[in-house]
Design a protein around this ligand. Structure first.
Ligand SMILES: Nc1ncnc2c1ncn2[C@@H]1O[C@H](COP(=O)(O)OP(=O)(O)O)[C@@H](O)[C@H]1O
Ligand SMILES: [Mg+2]
Length: 328
């Protein structure tokens, strides 16, 4: 269900709703300005006094570049009240599988362990493993909301990837369910073997791997509950006045809403200035105007902000700050 929204004199809907959210995701096609907007918005929040964590799950990281520091999986302070993380999906996915391997060491005979490890290595390459790993991190972050951090801002990967991530729990549930099933098959095999070995029977009864998998499944469901709670979480799309970003965003909004994820609104980025004194740029502006109309038609009652095209790329505090002020 869409909220009934009133617009201000600039035809923009109020940002007040968004500012209440504990977690905000920025999505959109590659290059439209997701990282720019999430950095600026998190800077805005931190200056309002909220302890804020901004994190990027886009493998093409640039959050650190904007703040001009190296970021990794552990939070690093960027400014007073502001912390940043960059999650590398491949690295996280390897860590995730290794942590499962680690947790089951000592529980089984070497032969069985090598079998399970083969299974886990196969799982690592299977679709959904990276999402599962990012999601694991995501759950960690959700647990910090309201405790360690008051606000969390997600700079997400381009739409396709993010949508897969958020179309949970179906995808994650399926992946984990597959792992759980394979695990149960191994247990069945072990049960048969345990006719001759009583101590094996005990271990099958208390299978730590199955426990871990089941706990993960519960966490995924918890995260899903958070994502679809529109009082706590919001999704914002960044769009440019160009054909593909508009189409992709329209599709993505429909998809998310069909899957119960509330979309808070759209930010139109890189809007050209009104007064232009060259023929070439006037023509470009006409093209932009045409797409602006389309944006108005498709997302009119959802537009949160229009951010002007700046003369330079946005990098470093000064230029982010100029965008952050737009969020005031
Ligand atoms: N309003 C703007 N004016 C000028 N340059 C911009 C603007 N918004 C973004 N950029 C530049 O465009 C490039 C892509 O932006 P970025 O935020 O990294 O996109 P995304 O994260 O969606 O891939 C960056 O070099 C950024 O500095
Ligand atoms: Mg980016």
């Amino acid at each position: 269900m869409r909220n009934i929204i009133s617009t201000d004199e600039r035809g923009l809907i109020s940002m007040a709703n968004l500012k209440e959210k504990e977690i905000v995701f920025f999505g959109g096609k590659g290059g439209v300005g997701k990282t720019t907007c999430s950095s600026a918005y998190s800077l805005y929040l931190s200056r309002k006094g909220y302890k804020t964590l901004v994190l990027s799950t886009d493998p093409a990281h640039s959050l650190g570049q904007i703040f001009q520091v190296d970021l990794g999986a552990e939070p690093r302070m960027l400014e007073k009240n502001l912390y940043g993380i960059e999650i590398d999906p491949e690295k996280e996915s390897r860590k995730y599988i290794n942590s499962i391997k680690e947790q089951m060491k000592g529980s089984f005979s070497p032969i069985i362990i090598s079998q399970i490890q083969q299974q886990l290595d196969a799982a690592y390459h299977s679709p959904g493993a990276e999402e599962a790993a990012i999601f694991d991190k995501f759950i960690e972050v959700i647990d910090m909301v309201g405790g360690e951090y008051e606000r969390v801002v997600f700079d997400t990967a381009p739409t396709g990837h993010t949508l897969r991530l958020l179309s949970l729990p179906e995808l994650m549930g399926g992946w984990l369910q597959g792992m759980i099933q394979r695990r149960k098959n191994i247990n069945d095999m072990m049960k048969m073997a345990s006719v001759a070995d009583k101590s094996l029977a005990e271990r099958v009864k208390e299978d730590p791997v199955l426990d871990i998998l089941n706990r993960r499944k519960e966490s995924f469901e918890k995260a899903r509950t958070f994502i679809i709670d529109d009082k706590r979480a919001g999704f914002v799309f960044v769009v440019n006045a160009q054909r593909l970003p508009i189409l992709e965003t329209d599709k993505a909004i429909n998809y998310l809403e069909r899957n119960g994820v509330h979309v808070e609104g759209v930010i139109v980025n890189r809007v050209m200035p009104e007064n232009i004194d060259s023929d070439f740029w006037r023509k470009r502006k006409e093209v932009e105007d045409k797409y602006m109309e389309e944006i108005q038609e498709r997302f009119g009652d959802r537009i949160l902000y229009r951010i002007p095209l700046m003369e330079h790329d946005i990098s470093g505090y000064e230029s982010i700050d100029s965008v952050a002020r737009i969020f005031e």
